[in-house]
Design a protein around this ligand. Structure first.
Ligand code: MG
Ligand code: MG
Length: 270
């Protein structure tokens, strides 16, 4: 899931309450992250035309419970699903539904979180259902590559918004290469993670570098760019959850939980 609203940025960037993990605790987080990664891989194989997002939710629920973990999204502020399933113009926080049956060419973003032994993992993928259009493939690839670029700078001595700035730059660069001006969703972002899903600091996907807390060993962050093929503006539907693009352009969302270590960034949800 995504971290807070944009109004919380200033307060959270001060980052006074950042949880620092021991190596043993990072190992425990990696185990939680592996449950998320396995579940997402299973969903990538299951998602195809004719399958409803409610069915994907059941597959995820079973996969997480079989690993003796708990789906962290279920009941989170009342969220009714174990995953978020956001189709096409839905950006994030889509509620799995029997009515939402996947069709050839859909772009499906699945966000998944699990708690194992008290530690959280959180990751998201955008899945191409059947044969998607070239512009959708590029949109998703741009989002994924921005995530990987952001992870790469999560190193000792860097500051938090170096990640934000790198993610933003990677998106702009991909947009230039693709001949598209991608919208970067700025009302939602990444977050610290560990004994809770959403912890300090809030991690914006845009901004100037060199600000926010210094990255130190034992920090864990969920990095999660959200891109649109049009306007960066979003709205929340009447269900109180589903975030859609204002112009109904398509969106992509990729996320990993990572740890900052002396050996560089480690992806915990790989
Ligand atoms: Mg998240
Ligand atoms: Mg997430």
């Amino acid at each position: 899931m995504t971290g807070g609203g944009v109004r919380a940025v200033v307060r959270k960037l001060r980052g006074k309450n950042i949880e620092i993990k021991s190596n043993g605790e990072l190992d425990a987080m990696r185990a939680a992250g592996a449950v998320v990664a396995r579940t997402l891989t299973l969903l990538e194989r299951t998602a195809r035309p004719g399958v409803s997002t409610a069915e994907l939710n059941e597959v995820a629920e079973q996969s997480i419970r079989e690993a003796r973990a708990v789906p962290s999204f279920l009941g989170y502020h009342g969220f009714p699903g174990s995953i978020c399933a956001s189709v096409n113009h839905e950006v994030v926080h889509g509620i799995p539904s029997r009515e939402q049956v996947l069709a050839d060419g859909d772009l499906l973003s699945i966000d998944c979180g699990a708690i194992l032994d008290g530690w959280h993992g959180d990751a998201a993928v955008t899945i191409e259902v059947g044969a998607v259009g070239a512009s959708d493939r590029k949109l998703s690839a741009a989002c994924r590559s921005a995530l990987l670029s952001g992870i790469e700078v999560a190193r000792l001595g860097a500051r938090l918004t170096d990640i934000s700035h790198t993610v933003e730059n990677a998106i702009m660069e991909a947009g230039r290469a693709d001949g598209v001006e991608y919208g970067i969703v700025a009302d939602y972002g990444g977050h610290g993670i560990g004994t809770s899903m959403h912890m300090d600091p809030y991690l914006p996907n845009v901004g100037r570098p060199g600000r926010g807390p210094k990255l130190v060993a034992g920090m864990a962050l969920a990095i999660e760019p959200m891109l649109t093929a049009g306007s960066h503006l979003t709205e929340e539907l009447d269900d109180g959850w589903t975030v859609v693009t204002l112009d109904r352009s398509r969106a992509a969302h990729w996320e990993h939980t990572i740890a900052v270590t002396p050996d560089g960034p480690v992806v915990l949800t790989a």
